[in-house]
Design a protein around this ligand. Structure first.
Ligand code: PMP
Length: 311
């Protein structure tokens, strides 16, 4: 699971040369913010999907925790592009991370304490394995998401992923592919690493971003593509039992892309196979990278010889 180079504090380094001090604040207190992006092989060469949107969210997450990134968004974008070129990768999962390094061991971060910035690129297939095609078996987790006003859900911070780990571990232990967490009020939230959609009575529904969930970029992509397919999405509070009467359920995220769900808590969803709405959205999504869906929103950033979008 590695590529020849990664980017660390302003330059490319061999994968094995980028090390972290054991006193790093992030290691002790979870003070990292990060992103996950995909690079897809397109007919015009490799291209980042929604690079600028991911970089924006990285800076927004850093701002929540007063972490000074030390590079501008354009520099991060350029580093992401450089890394894929240096590694000669056609497709990749890319992980920029900004974290507090070793300074004092106090919880209160030092205003002038060290901040590391690294970008890793990995070859990575379907996050939930063959569930991407057959449909995932998921459970509703006994672990709830942190309430709004506790850990900020919009910030993609390392510490938030302790909650995700509890959800994913419990799901795996129970023989499921993934777990879905309820929010603090017992309403549907999101998966351990994905946002959640369902189709009920022919309507496409998803929990609102005010529900303490991550405002996913794939979620936004799905909302946009669904609108273009004439399927407006309703963002609203949903009870757990909506999952049990849904015709279709799917998870979405950068790693998981669009993964159909075939059962929830061992109850079959619809016919137990990916339904027509999920299939139409997956097709529209993957066609963006095959060149069959027009890149109307300039979501693709080409790695080599950038193709300028026509306006
Ligand atoms: N929720 C959580 C908890 C996640 O970790 C992710 C993956 N980043 C998502 C939702 C989906 O977000 P995105 O589509 O931006 O990858």
């Amino acid at each position: 699971m590695s590529a020849p180079f990664l980017w660390h504090n302003g330059r490319l380094k061999p994968w094995t040369d980028a090390t972290v001090h054991v006193g790093a604040h992030a290691l002790h207190y979870g003070s990292s913010v990060f992103e996950g992006l995909r690079v897809y092989a397109t007919p015009q060469g490799s291209a980042y999907f929604r690079l600028a949107d991911h970089t924006r969210r990285l800076f927004e997450s850093a701002r929540v925790y007063d972490i000074e990134v030390g590079y501008g968004p354009d520099e991060i974008d350029a580093a992401c592009l450089e890394l894929i070129r240096a590694n000669g990768m056609g497709s990749a999962y890319v992980r920029p991370i900004v974290f507090r390094g070793a300074g004092s061991l106090g919880v209160l971060p030092q205003a002038d304490g060290p901040v590391d910035v690294a970008i890793l690129a990995l070859p990575w297939g379907a996050y939930l394995g063959d569930a991407a095609e057959r449909g995932a078996d998921v459970c509703v987790s006994s672990w709830r998401r942190p309430a709004p006003g506790t850990l900020p859900g919009w910030a993609k911070a390392g510490g938030n992923y302790l909650s995700s780990q509890l959800i994913a571990l419990e799901a795996r232990r129970g023989g499921y592919d993934e777990g879905i967490a309820l929010g603090h009020e017992g309403l549907l939230g999101e998966g351990a690493g994905e946002n959640l959609f369902l189709v009920r009575k022919g309507r496409l529904l998803t929990p609102p971003t005010s529900a303490g969930i991550l405002a996913g970029i794939t979620r936004d992509t799905v909302i946009t593509l669904a609108g273009e397919l004439g399927l407006p999405v309703e963002e609203r509070d949903l009870p757990r039992e909506a999952l049990y009467s849904a015709e279709e359920v799917f998870l979405c995220g950068t790693a998981a892309e669009i993964t159909p769900v075939r059962s929830v808590d061992r109850k079959r969803v619809g016919d137990g196979i990916p339904g027509p709405v999920t299939r139409a959205l997956r097709e529209a999504f993957f066609d963006l990278f095959g060149g069959r869906t027009a890149d109307r929103h300039h979501w693709l950033t080409h790695v080599h010889d950038p193709v300028r979008p026509s306006v």
